[in-house]
Design a protein around this ligand. Structure first.
Ligand SMILES: Cc1cc2nc3c(=O)[nH]c(=O)nc-3n(C[C@H](O)[C@H](O)[C@H](O)COP(=O)(O)OP(=O)(O)OC[C@H]3O[C@@H](n4cnc5c(N)ncnc54)[C@H](O)[C@@H]3O)c2cc1C
Length: 404
């Protein structure tokens, strides 16, 4: 393709394949990381007319957390800011297939959170009141009503549930392909298998070094997910995030029976049924510590199987076909880190989204591009500064619903 553009339209099964175009000498923006966050920002920059953008990833598209997640999209949160952001994100997801020309299998089957204790019920009640004030139609159900939505549930010990019918799930990979294809069509260059190994900060921008050459960026956007601290350290910026391995698996396909994503507060178990019929789910297995390891463990699959079968005994005979893991990108207060530190005003980061960065990426990418192209910054950027960890100011409301 002309001008070093990189999408080869004849990739298999809808996945873009990327040609080995040389890196350009300069770019207005270099985005490090072609996960959902980097691609969303690049796409929205291009939509706003900024097309001198180069996206660089050390691996393939969907190599990081963005290709390894459960695709859950929900508006059930505990802070007004997150609820309102996710209302916008859901709208963007609803329009995604038409706007970006790719089927992402977005299905709004709802999210059903199950409570087993009085404390969990109180927590859900508080959240529901706030969600309703924001216009999200979550409602409290007794155990019987939860069973009407998912008849296969064993309701033993379940005391109540929170249900919002407009939450949903999607298939993450085509979501990335859609952003990549449309960003490239607008002029953005994508370079996969191109690790950033060094960055020199100079007066005219950042010289980004890779084994495939160098590019000087006037502005850098670091969207390297859980690897952000490694990249930021290349220009001596300390980002206080850390990776936690999160495991997940999928079963053989079953006839459709499970409409909502089901999540059990007490264990952190969650599961949904994909459009292909597989049961995709995970559970919190404490004690892995901080690691970049993406190995799969027997402990996970045994814990998951036990909890899942307790919740839905009918699944006892179902076979697990695939098991994998990815990094949760954790920050000290569970909130993201966005914007540029004062000593590097042209080095922007977007990280710390724990286990919900996929659902946030559509709205964060759009708001980031709006801000970088001249709009006033959305409140999320004021609350999510890196500086809050330096001056102890805190991020404001602490989100306590980082589950599933
Ligand atoms: C098992 C699991 C389940 C999850 N479930 C959900 C869910 O249901 N809903 C939800 O919203 N979120 C979920 N998440 C979280 C979500 O996947 C992430 O928050 C999101 O994908 C982060 O996107 P990202 O673009 O910031 O990071 P990533 O997708 O990790 O992308 C970062 C990219 O940076 C690249 N990179 C790193 N270092 C360099 C370098 N030096 N040079 C060049 N490139 C580099 C990596 O190769 C990678 O492609 C889940 C995560 C996991 C692991």
């Amino acid at each position: 393709m002309e001008g070093g553009n990189v999408i080869d339209e004849h990739g298999p099964a809808g996945a873009p394949t990327l040609a080995r175009a040389p890196l350009p000498p300069r770019a207005e923006y270099v985005v490090i990381g072609a996960g959902v966050m980097g691609l969303s920002i690049a796409y929205h920059l291009a939509r706003r007319g900024v097309t001198d953008v180069v996206v660089i990833d050390r691996g393939y598209l969907a190599e990081g957390a963005s290709g390894r997640n459960g695709g859950g999209i929900r508006q059930q949160w505990s802070t007004e800011l997150n609820i309102r952001l996710m209302q916008q994100s859901v709208e963007l997801c609803r329009r995604f297939a038409v706007e970006l020309g790719v089927n992402v299998w977005f299905r709004q089957g709802g999210y059903l959170f199950l409570a087993r204790t009085a404390a969990e019920v109180q927590r859900l009640e508080r959240n529901i009141a706030l969600q309703n004030r924001c216009g999200v139609a979550t409602r409290m159900l007794d155990a019987g009503a939860a069973g009407d939505i998912v008849p296969e549930l064993s309701l033993d010990g379940v005391v109540a549930a929170a249900y919002n019918p407009t939450d949903g799930i999607l298939f993450p990979w085509p979501f990335l392909w859609g952003y990549a294809r449309q960003a490239a069509a607008l002029g953005v260059q994508l370079h996969t298998h191109t690790p950033v190994v060094r960055i020199d900060a100079g007066t005219t921008g950042y010289r980004v070094h890779t084994p495939r050459g160098e590019v000087v960026a006037r502005r850098l956007i670091c969207a390297a997910g859980a690897w952000t601290p490694e990249v930021a350290r290349m220009i001596d910026v300390e980002v206080p995030t850390w990776p936690i391995r999160h495991e997940i698996c999928s079963s053989e396909p079953l006839k459709p029976f499970l409409k909502p994503m089901v999540s059990e507060l007490s264990s952190g178990l969650y599961c949904s049924q994909s459009m292909r019929g597989e049961i995709v789910g995970g559970v919190t297995v404490p004690g892995h510590g901080s690691t970049y390891s993406m190995a799969s463990t027997l402990e996970f699959v045994a814990t998951y199987a036990r909890r899942l079968v307790r919740l839905m005994p009918r699944l006892g005979d179902v076979k697990i076909l695939r098991q994998w893991a990815g990094p949760y990108d954790c920050s000290p207060d569970g909130n993201p880190i966005l914007g540029a530190p004062p000593e590097h005003p042209d080095f922007y980061v977007a990280c710390g989204f724990v286990g919900h960065g996929f659902m946030m990426a559509p709205v964060i990418g759009k708001l980031y591009a709006d801000w970088l192209t001249g709009d006033a910054p959305h409140e999320i950027f004021q609350r999510s500064t890196l500086a809050r960890f330096r001056d102890g100011a805190g991020a404001g409301d602490k989100e306590d619903f980082n589950i599933g």
